[in-house]
Design a binder for this molecule. Structure first.
Ligand code: FAD
Length: 556
């Protein structure tokens, strides 16, 4: 039978009834990419699943990454061969599952005298990288001479240049990836709630965890959700959840802050993404995306609040200085920064290591009450992390395996409901969409690119909706149709859900927020019946996010 449940807060009342009136096989705490991946894996193997997120989906680290699905060249340098092989293979799978959202991105690695990578090491390293990651055809690495490197990227510093490595990575949108995973898990039958926070746990007489006590921030109701297994996929909050379970004995996480800044594309007209050296021995990315280029990241120990993570002038200066050294003509200043984001890496603690030296491997912890926590890892490895969690659950109690498939099926489940099957289909669809947009009076190629890379073929639903609005400006109709889609099909509840996580406008087209927030707010209020006080609160939260993306503070 066709699934009629909508992924919309309009379903909240019936959803709350459902989640409180049954025993789930597994409750997943945390709606970042890790939790989303586990939800999809578990539901596709036949388990009953409920996922709870205290804020919006992907509002934690999964919206603040470098947005690369990558093999992790730096892990090769740290001789983490297994991690490179797994990441390399995973990126090919995730590209196949969502080719509009995980797109090939050529990367240039300029090589300098005394730099992180020497020419011979890079030639060998990239070859091993290609081999481990099963890279074939045109995507295989090429080594470039000095003149070829300059031809490839004329803005690079010439002094000391020894050549370059040119290889393939994949770019994505981390929040969109998370949302698509959750939408798919929901279609397959998972219960998925945002704005629902786990505040404590209940236990059996034997001391086994059996209930999550939650606070629904939308209805302000308290609720109890029962399950056989509880999995904490709370990233930087993992230690906090362990404290709620009173199962935390020693420090397990080392938090590290990573900042990205966004500048207009024409401030640094790169021909492709670049991965380059910083003076302190680290490396950072500069990645063109649509109308902007984003640059990052920093990697510094973080001990301040997880509620609001701000960017300091020192963070920005570090990135700007690095760019100006590598691209002397850029002459960037702090005033060129139009947006930014800061994310917290939940790294697994190892005594005596700096954040950059810590492994990006994930680790699973099982408390004596039965809480299973997963932390560390990468966006790229979300599917494998989910598989490891499922194996752990089966190893504790394989009776759930009687009803469930033992192997992961997620390498064959396309992430969107109307999937495009390949890079070629994406190109073809983009051509068709361009014509449709032109017939509506939209000639801007960027909008076509944005719609396809954000929604894939789901953009059809948005375009169909346009005619329901009678604004003069077609761009305004388009954004209203996007909001309609977000509320009815992507669980948008607040202005920030829409402007930050579903569309990425805060980072990549910040001016759109100024232009369209009034009309978007008015539609949102109509769809969801919010009162004046709720809307005022939502504007205040969005204002804070706008301020934090564009203001750089003296201290954290
Ligand atoms: P999160 O996304 O933080 O999700 C945890 C969720 O748990 C949050 O949404 C939070 O609100 C929720 N939560 C917490 N407490 C509760 C509670 N009590 N009740 C309910 N919900 C709760 N990886 C890559 O593969 N490629 C990259 O390019 C890359 N770049 C990165 C750059 C930076 C700067 C950083 C910081 C990380 C980067 N990573 C990258 C790593 C990757 O982003 C993370 O590994 C991943 O996003 C972590 O996802 P997560 O779901 O584990 O955590």
């Amino acid at each position: 039978m066709k699934n009629k449940r909508q992924f919309s807060v309009h379903e909240r009342a019936s959803q709350l009834k459902r989640v409180t009136s049954r025993l789930f096989d597994v409750v997943i705490i945390g709606g970042g990419v890790t939790g989303a991946g586990i939800a999809l894996d578990a539901i596709s193997r036949g388990l009953s699943v409920c996922l709870i997120e205290k804020n919006d989906f992907a509002s934690g680290t999964s919206n603040k990454s470098t947005k690369l699905i990558h093999g992790g060249l730096r892990y090769l340098k740290q001789l983490e061969i297994g991690l490179v092989r797994e990441s390399g293979r995973e990126r090919a799978i995730v590209h196949k599952l969502a080719p509009h959202l995980v797109v090939p991105e050529k990367m240039l690695l300029p090589l300098y005298e005394g730099g992180t990578y020497g020419k011979l090491m890079t030639a060998i390293g990239l070859k091993v990288y290609d081999f481990l990651a099963d890279v074939s055809g045109n995507d295989r690495r090429k080594m470039l001479s000095v003149s070829e490197t300059i031809e490839q990227e004329p803005l690079l510093k010439k002094e000391g240049l020894q050549g370059g490595g040119y290889y393939a990575e994949y770019r994505t949108d981390d929040a969109r990836l998370t949302i698509e995973l959750l939408k798919k898990a929901h279609v397959l039958g998972a219960e998925v709630l945002n704005y629902c926070e786990v505040v404590s746990f209940g236990y059996t007489e034997e001391g086994n965890m059996d209930t999550a006590h939650c606070l629904d921030h939308i209805t302000n109701e308290k609720l109890m959700i029962s399950a056989r297994f509880f999995v904490s996929a709370t990233g930087p909050w993992s230690d906090v959840i362990k404290q709620l379970d009173t199962s935390k004995k020693e420090k397990t996480l080392q938090l590290s802050k990573g900042v990205h800044i966004v500048i207009p594309r024409d401030k640094l007209l790169l021909r492709q993404a670049i991965y380059f050296d910083v003076d302190d021995g680290r490396m950072i990315f500069a990645i063109p995306r649509g109308k902007v280029t984003y640059i990052g990241t920093t990697d510094t120990v973080y001990t301040a609040s997880l509620k609001r993570i701000v960017i300091t002038r020192k963070d920005v200066k570090y990135l700007i200085d690095a760019v100006n050294r590598m691209f002397p003509l850029a002459e960037l200043t702090i005033r060129d920064v139009i947006s930014s984001w800061a994310g917290i890496r939940p790294l697994v603690y190892e005594a005596g290591k700096t954040p950059s030296e810590l492994s990006r491997k994930d680790e699973i912890f099982i408390s004596k009450t039965g809480l299973v926590s997963i932390a560390g890892g990468k966006l790229t490895g979300y599917r494998k992390m989910a598989e490891r969690i499922m194996n752990t659950l089966f190893s504790i109690d394989d009776s759930i395996g009687n009803r469930a498939t033992k192997g992961a099926l997620t390498d064959e489940i396309p992430l969107t409901n109307y999937p495009l099957q390949s890079r070629e289909e994406v190109v073809l669809y983009r051509r068709q969409l361009k014509e449709r947009l032109a017939s509506l009076g939209v000639e801007d190629e960027y909008i076509c690119w944005y719609l396809v890379s954000t929604y894939g073929k789901q953009a059809d639903k948005i375009l169909e909706k346009i005619t329901h609005f009678n604004n003069e400006e077609v761009i305004e109709k388009l954004i209203r149709a996007e909001l309609w889609y977000g509320v009815h099909h992507e669980m948008v509840v607040t202005l920030s859900d829409f402007f930050v996580r579903r569309t990425g406008y805060l980072y990549f087209e910040i001016e759109k927020i100024k232009t369209f927030r009034t009309v978007v707010a008015s539609d949102l209020q109509n769809y969801l019946g919010f009162d004046i006080a709720e809307m005022a609160h939502q504007h205040q939260v969005l204002d804070q996010l706008l301020t934090d993306a564009t203001t750089f503070y003296e201290t954290e």
